[in-house]
Design a protein around this ligand. Structure first.
Ligand code: FES
Length: 103
């Protein structure tokens, strides 16, 4: 199985050349679960139930390799945010390399 990476940026407009963190991606787990496995802290308060919105992230590259937003995400994130690449990491699965901004 090929090893894919996700890269995390602390600043939304940081150069993609200088990521804050980069980890191997477990594609069978949500991005939030991947964060937990690597000690990355988010504002998650509902334990991954798509209720609090605290786990939101922005996909900077690789959006096409991620699952489509589910209806629960469309309740928390408005259409504009979804178009800009915002997602709930607790509902997000990425199949290949992605670059993520965590607010
Ligand atoms: S952890 Fe609460 S919405 Fe994702």
């Amino acid at each position: 199985m090929q090893d894919y990476q996700f890269t995390i940026h602390n600043e939304e407009f940081t150069s993609l050349e200088s990521p804050a963190h980069s980890f191997s991606l477990d594609r069978s787990q949500t991005l939030l679960r991947n964060f937990m496995l690597h000690g990355v802290v988010t504002g998650s308060k509902c334990g991954g139930k798509a209720i609090c919105g605290g786990c939101r992230v922005k996909i900077l590259s690789g959006y096409q390799y991620c699952n489509k937003p589910i209806s629960e995400e469309q309740v928390i994130l408005n259409e504009q945010e979804l178009l800009q690449g915002w997602r709930l990491s607790c509902q997000l699965y990425c199949l290949r390399d992605v670059t993520i901004f965590i607010p």
